[in-house]
Design a protein around this ligand. Structure first.
Ligand code: HGY
Ligand code: MN
Ligand code: MN
Length: 414
């Protein structure tokens, strides 16, 4: 079985973690920011050091190709993302990209030439924090998003994706589409939840991911003076919003057992201590494995908005920012992962993931698998995010051996 060079893997991980590293051991590496540009440069130079041919596509996805004995064979694609949340952890995305890098290095250590080419990828803007939606680069690549629309997407400062790509030198020219359908895609990611740790397992073999919807609600009230305005005449957009926010939280208690809801962003205008808020906008993140439950949840959010605004004399808009149905991963790859984890003596279990991953979109295109390693206390999207290094190495060994097996496989892709 292929072994991972834990020392080199760790050194690489620490080197990358310095780029955009925060004082609390986290990462501040927003998509297409200067620090994202720096870590991309680091990644490209590591790919070139391995002799991989590197290409950048129109939305900045970075691909490195390791040729196989059969150049005509469809490649195995492996990777994840290097962008982070504003105060994110060092493992979310980055561990997956570096596990893929260590996989290629392990082939190189053992002079392995695989039958199929193997391609490693860093997907642009998986997080969707600076530019919405999430999974932007992989979504554009599989054709979910129109490339021009993605390039004209702006952040809160009005900077477009296109300008940000140019700014860091990753406005690539390779068409953003799979000129050849990969034979399979495999991604390793931290679990970002408490299950593996609670169950004492080293590896999660992910069978599917929750469906999710991102909405933006805007409530319009009437600015007025906090002093002389009688309470019964007010149209306070923040009061109406507060009703809706608690209504959104209540959804998770009655809509379905696996429903999770989050209001992560909220903007109040004019945001002045003695002015009744005239406008309040906020995002809603709604998830469930049942796509119909997500649709019912959206209807119930609309009903909450309508009744809150009727009570407060305010008006509202509700916009769907992004929606992705639940993901089902390849049972064939899950079985391979089971077998290899057993051969390596690694405890493992099948599970459903709650976070979106680039693998969600690849699953529509080809045989796709996702491997989890435990998150300590389930913490993530948080500078305290942590994974024990032994677990990272165990995950990398299961991952690398599965990639090797897939790269030697003969059967045609689906
Ligand atoms: O939103 C998510 O689940 C992922 O972190 N982009
Ligand atoms: Mn991630
Ligand atoms: Mn994330």
């Amino acid at each position: 079985m292929l072994e991972i060079n834990s020392k080199r893997f760790r050194e690489t991980f620490e080197r990358y973690s310095k780029i955009g590293g925060t004082a609390n051991d986290g990462l501040h590496r927003l998509a297409l920011s200067t620090t994202d540009g720096e870590v991309r440069d680091e990644f490209v130079s590591d790919l070139e050091a391995l002799g991989l041919s590197v290409r950048i596509d129109e939305v900045g996805n970075i691909f490195g190709r390791l040729p196989g004995a059969d150049q005509a064979a469809a490649p195995i694609l492996i990777g994840s993302h290097l962008d982070s949340q504003p105060k994110g952890g060092r493992y979310d995305g980055q561990l997956g990209v570096l596990t893929a890098l260590e996989t290629i290095r392990a082939f190189d250590d053992s002079d392995i030439e695989t039958q199929r080419p193997v391609e490693i990828v860093n997907w642009t803007n998986e997080e969707g924090s600076r530019f919405k939606p999430a999974l932007m680069g992989s979504g554009a690549w599989v054709g979910i998003h129109d490339v021009d629309k993605i390039l004209s997407t702006t952040d809160e400062q009005g900077t477009t994706v296109e300008d940000a790509l140019k700014e860091i030198g990753y406005d690539g020219t390779t068409p953003c589409d799979p000129n050849e359908i990969p034979h399979a895609y495999l991604e390793l990611h931290v679990e970002q939840g408490p299950v593996l740790e609670e169950h004492g397992r080293e590896i999660g073999i992910v069978e599917g991911i929750l469906g999710m919807a991102w909405l933006e609600a805007t409530i319009y009230g009437e600015a007025d003076h906090a002093g002389p305005s009688p309470m019964h005449t007010r149209s306070d957009s923040l009061v109406a919003a507060a009703d809706v926010v608690t209504g959104v939280r209540r959804l998770s208690t009655h809509l379905a057992d696996d429903v999770v809801t989050t209001v992560g962003e909220l903007i109040v205008e004019p945001n002045s201590v003695n002015v009744i808020p005239s406008k309040t906008s906020f995002t809603i993140d709604l998830r469930s494995y049942d796509n119909e439950v997500v649709n019912r949840g959206i209807d119930q959010i609309e009903a909450e908005l309508s009744s809150a605004c009727a009570r407060e004399g305010t008006k509202y808009d509700l916009e769907e920012l992004w929606k992705i149905p639940h993901t089902e991963f390849s049972q064939q790859i899950c079985t391979r992962l089971d077998t290899i984890a057993n051969e390596l003596g690694r405890s493992h279990e099948r599970m459903i993931g709650g976070a979106g991953h680039d693998a969600s979109y690849l699953a529509d295109l080809t045989e796709t698998g996702l491997v989890f390693v435990p998150s300590v206390d389930g913490k993530t999207h948080n500078e305290q995010e942590f994974t024990e290094w032994d677990d990272a190495v165990a995950g990398a060994e299961v991952f690398a051996n599965t990639v090797l097996q897939l790269a030697e496989s003969e059967e045609t892709s689906q």
